[in-house]
Design a protein around this ligand. Structure first.
Ligand SMILES: Cc1cc2nc3c(=O)[nH]c(=O)nc-3n(C[C@H](O)[C@H](O)[C@H](O)COP(=O)(O)O)c2cc1C
Length: 199
């Protein structure tokens, strides 16, 4: 299934096509495609070109590490993400590499890398679903994440599957139209709350 954004202005189709489904096919993702996803993330912009992101990845054929990752998700997310052939964690390193000082933009940069990965996934016919619903403390302990790094999100990825495989409440959410706030609510000029004239 696809669920492209109905946009108010024309945008690149890749951006409109990216979405976050919960129905995944069991088909494994080809290793070359996985490498391409992280290559895309690698070329994200970052403050001081610090590249503070780290991805911890588990594929379903690696049953031990996949289960460890699945166990870090909150039960709601685990209920549907267990269908995904790949699960991952996005981790942000807290300190700059060049001077060891706190990097206030680490999570911002890790998010950009994840967004870039999501678009590359779309280009490759894959889908991604990012999740805040995971147990960070458990992830830190499970994957031996150092004190100098913070897990910020989980990601499920793979090929889309049949919506009918989802429980009925999730089927409804899967097929609902995608919604966004209007541009005038977040693009301002002059002062906060004053929509820009070009909108
Ligand atoms: C940081 C982040 C955390 C999210 N957490 C969850 C989550 O825990 N569970 C879930 O089902 N979806 C989660 N989502 C998916 C969002 O609900 C989804 O991106 C949003 O509804 C917009 O839909 P779209 O991605 O299809 O455009 C998360 C997305 C992001 C970026």
């Amino acid at each position: 299934m696809e669920n492209p954004a109905i946009t108010d202005h024309e945008i690149n189709p890749l951006i409109a096509q990216r979405w976050s489904p919960r129905a995944f096919d069991s088909k494994l993702v080809e290793p070359e495609k996985l490498a391409q996803l992280f290559e895309a993330a690698r070329w994200s912009a970052s403050c001081f070109n610090d590249q503070p992101w780290v991805f911890i990845v588990a594929t379903k054929d690696d049953t031990v590490n996949y289960q460890k990752m699945l166990d870090c998700l909150i039960p709601f997310n685990a209920s549907w993400a267990q269908l995904a052939p790949v699960l991952g964690l996005v981790v942000a390193q807290k300190n700059f590499k060049h001077n060891g000082k706190p990097n206030a933009w680490g999570e911002y940069d890790a998010g950009q890398a994840a967004a870039t990965l999501a678009l590359q996934a779309t280009a490759l016919g894959l889908v991604t679903h990012q999740m805040g619903g995971f147990d960070a403390e458990k992830a830190i302990a499970t994957f031996n994440i150092p004190e100098t790094a913070k897990p910020v999100a989980a990601i499920a990825l793979g090929y889309t599957g049949e919506t009918s495989n989802l429980p009925s409440d999730l089927q409804e959410r899967e097929t609902a139209p995608r919604a966004r706030q209007p541009l005038s609510s977040f693009v301002f000029t002059g002062e906060w709350g004053s929509p820009s004239a070009f909108l």
